[in-house]
Design a protein around this ligand. Structure first.
Ligand code: COI
Length: 357
């Protein structure tokens, strides 16, 4: 990637820090934010100067298009610190590319790569103390773009705000995860926005996920909208199934998010000699595998969750429990990925990126 190091960034430092008030051993995901945030406005046809300022509320006209038409996209990334206190990111170029893929689909102007990296690195350097070295800890990075132009005409805005906020994180799902295979509601449709990380994709899942929660399931695994027969993704994670020794996951498409953790697992599996099939997965195949005992594992993969074991699923009103596996693929991939991310093992794929402070 090419980065213009001379790019100007206006930095206004906070006079105070909240860091001493934070209990880093008891963080619930995404509730605590660091002292600073990054903002960059788009107007007159171009992205303006990047500002880093004390974290706080932003003000917008009530008619801003983001409030009415949901013209908003986001990303999720994580920063880690190695034993020498250097800051590292995991495949950040993938997040930048995906942000712009989402931008194009939502008719939002793309955010330049050099500004993305320069701004993010300046913000991370300032917030370095918030990156904990403890196992399982990271600093979750949330870049996002919202349509700020005022006016309720239903058309793409001419003004936007790109922001980055940072949140110290431990695990995303701390309890047990059981899922419901969707048989009524849908997350995405062919030709829609399922592949984009846009705000509405998530809002649309809240109601059916709440119904699932009320019935005792933590997540919904979405199926294709037309037949509800093929398993797609879990909304906050891509999903993998282990049948015997084989790993199976759905192919990405315009309905499924192209997850960075997902593609890292596929590469790791290939290099470890684990057979992995990327193909359509029918709910009936998984039901049958659960019945005949060959379904050994299910897990979700995503930036926030990393790799999260799924202990059981419900399909057609029937609950299925997966066997307890001592050292399964889920823990194998989680350990592999987190040890690469935290620089505790060799990064033979060149996935880690050292932040220039
Ligand atoms: C992520 O894994 O970074 C996501 O964006 C999922 C989010 C809902 C926490």
């Amino acid at each position: 990637m090419s980065v213009d190091n001379k790019m100007a960034i206006q930095i206004q430092k906070s006079d105070t820090t909240k860091i001493s008030e934070i209990d880093f051993n008891n963080l619930s995901f995404g509730n605590v934010f660091t002292d600073h945030m990054l903002e960059c406005d788009y107007r007159d046809g171009k992205w303006q100067t990047i500002h880093i300022r004390p974290y706080g509320p932003i003000s917008m006209d009530p008619s801003a298009k983001v409030f009415h038409y949901g013209q908003a996209i986001f990303e999720g990334m994580k920063a880690y610190k190695d034993t020498e206190d250097a800051i590292w990111l995991f495949r950040p170029d993938e997040n930048h590319k995906r942000l712009n893929k989402s931008a194009v689909r939502l008719a939002i102007p793309e955010f330049p790569e050099d500004s993305f990296f320069k701004g993010l690195e300046a913000l991370l350097s300032l917030e370095k103390d918030w990156i904990q070295k403890k196992e399982g800890s990271s600093l979750y990075i949330r870049p996002f773009v919202i349509a700020t132009e005022k006016g309720v005409s239903a058309s793409p805005a001419k003004e936007y705000k790109f922001m980055i906020i940072l949140s110290p994180a431990q695990s995303y799902y701390s309890g047990e995860v059981r899922v419901l295979f969707a048989d009524k509601y849908s997350r995405s449709a062919s030709g829609g926005v399922g592949f984009a990380k846009c705000a509405g994709n998530y809002a649309g899942q809240f109601y059916p996920t709440k119904l699932a929660n009320d019935s005792g399931y933590q997540q919904v695994v979405w199926t294709d909208a037309s037949t509800h027969e093929n398993l797609e993704e879990a909304g906050t994670m891509n999903v993998f199934f282990r049948i015997g020794d084989k790993l199976v996951t759905a192919p990405t498409s315009d309905r499924i998010l192209d997850g960075v953790t997902r593609k890292s697992i596929l590469t790791l599996a290939a290099s470890e000699g684990i057979v992995c099939e990327v193909r359509t997965i029918s709910v009936y195949e998984i039901e049958e595998a659960a019945k005949n005992g060959t379904l050994l594992e299910m897990f979700g993969a995503g930036t926030a969750a990393v790799v999260n074991p799924i202990l059981g699923f419900s399909f057609n009103g029937q609950d299925y429990e997966l066997p307890t596996i001592e050292s399964g693929y889920a823990s194998f991939f989680k350990d592999k990925i987190t040890s690469i991310q935290t620089k505790n093992s060799e990064d033979k794929f060149g996935w880690t990126y050292k932040v220039r402070e």
